[in-house]
Design a protein around this ligand. Structure first.
Ligand code: PMP
Length: 407
């Protein structure tokens, strides 16, 4: 048992302290985006009120100060994920931009006709479509790791998919639609035996526990600030130095150049080669405030408490007749995806919403995964450390009401 002071934590998040439809807001849509603690909001406000100036190119006071803070933010992220070098941390707008950058840049350099790219059945569209489009451009082949009925990747099948033509493996560490934690360490080890690089989509794992680049040994790791209690529009692309150095830039323009003439342009070094244009320095510094905030609580404590919530909610929801949980692996983060017999997920979501409870309904940007389970979508409740068992009780009650209404 751990003793997080949840009420105190909740007070740090102003948005939680409100009513919707005259009911206290219960926010169970943390998989889509997390709420921001006051320290993150204050940090952004402070920058815009007192510190704002474009970075890297000014010789004046404000620009120099903010450039330093932006580069310090890179150091903080480097430490947070335990990457080897600061310049292995590239700031992007989020997971989607990070994956697209890798798919274009790595694809440009390493993918040719007939090459193979491996993804998995549980991917978010952000980790499917960029690879699919790369395959179309290069006439390469997309292969997909299948799953079992619990939503777990089949490692034997994965091993069979690997061939001398495999050029990259791209999988998520946690499925956004099911909450399943994939054994990415094993996937990476298997790929590395054949010298195949691996990209890990960490959009749904980074906020739930400690992640260590050097221990994981993945070649790329991507995540979004807004899913880790930080600002929107900031994200991270981690890549191993050697690969990033070999890869061409994706976006081009200001900041990423060394020298430009009308005849030829030479590119800047890492990390700037991948940061064309004015970076989101406000977001990067806001992300630091978020990282500091959750590190203060402790990612281990967060994981333990969220597991408590998951176990409690799983028991409660399972007890509802006609409710089926989709994604029943033992290894999950605090996400429960479920369907209700004969009740459309959208109808259920609408009713639950009127009770002040925010859940997400639909395919969760994972249509191929929904097809695998022969469903159109699910209702997804995703819990954070600021949620409580009492709120889960309210969801339980709301679902009983939904059942009654539609019976
Ligand atoms: N991958 C996963 C697993 C996700 O959950 C998400 C967001 N739902 C994304 C990628 C895309 O993230 P973003 O929209 O922040 O770019």
């Amino acid at each position: 048992m751990i003793s997080l002071d949840i009420q105190k934590i909740r007070n740090d998040f102003p948005i939680l302290n409100q009513q919707v439809y005259n009911k206290p807001l219960i926010y169970f849509d943390n998989g889509a985006t997390t709420q921001k603690p006051q320290v993150v909001i204050d940090e952004e406000l402070k920058i815009y009120s007192h510190e704002n100036s474009n970075i890297h190119r000014g010789v004046h006071y404000l620009s120099e100060q903010l450039t330093q803070r932006y580069e310090d933010a890179r150091k903080t992220v480097r430490k947070f994920i335990n990457a080897k070098h600061d310049h292995e941390v590239i700031f992007t707008s989020g997971t989607t931009e990070s994956i697209n950058t890798i798919a274009f840049s790595f694809g440009e350099k390493y993918i040719s006709e007939g090459d193979e790219i491996i993804i998995s059945t549980v991917e978010h569209h952000a980790n499917i479509v960029p690879w699919q489009m790369l395959c179309e451009r290069k006439k390469a082949i997309l292969k997909v790791i299948p799953i079992n009925d619990k939503g777990e990747l089949l490692l034997d099948e994965y091993q069979k998919l690997i061939s001398p033509k495999t050029k990259i493996v791209a999988v998520n560490q946690v499925s956004n639609a099911l909450g399943t934690v994939n054994n990415v360490k094993k996937l990476i080890d298997i790929a590395h035996q054949q010298n195949i690089p691996v990209l890990i989509d960490g959009a749904q794992s980074i906020q739930h526990g400690n992640i260590d680049m050097q221990e994981l040994d993945c070649d790329f790791f991507v995540f979004s600030g807004h899913k880790i209690y930080g600002p929107n529009g900031i994200g991270v692309l981690y890549g191993k130095e050697k690969l990033l150095n070999e890869m061409p830039p994706f976006m081009t323009g200001g900041e990423m150049i060394k020298k430009v003439t009308f005849e030829k342009t030479t590119f800047n070094e890492l990390p700037f080669k991948f940061e064309a244009g004015t970076p989101n320095y406000v977001g990067a510094i806001g992300l630091v405030a978020a990282i500091n905030y959750i590190q203060n609580i402790g990612l281990g404590n967060i994981a333990t408490y969220e597991k408590e919530l998951l176990d409690y909610a799983t028991k409660k929801l399972e007890s509802i007749d006609g409710l089926k949980i989709i994604g029943t692996s033992q290894k999950k983060v605090s996400v429960i995806s479920f369907v209700l017999d004969n009740i459309h997920h959208y109808d259920a979501g609408m009713v639950i919403d009127k009770m002040g409870i925010a859940v997400r309904t639909g395919h969760h940007c994972a249509e191929p995964l929904m097809n695998r389970f022969s469903i159109e979508g699910t209702i997804r409740a995703s819990f954070s450390f600021y949620n409580t068992k009492e709120e889960i009780d309210k969801l339980h009650e709301a679902l009983l009401t939904v059942k009654q209404m539609f019976s």
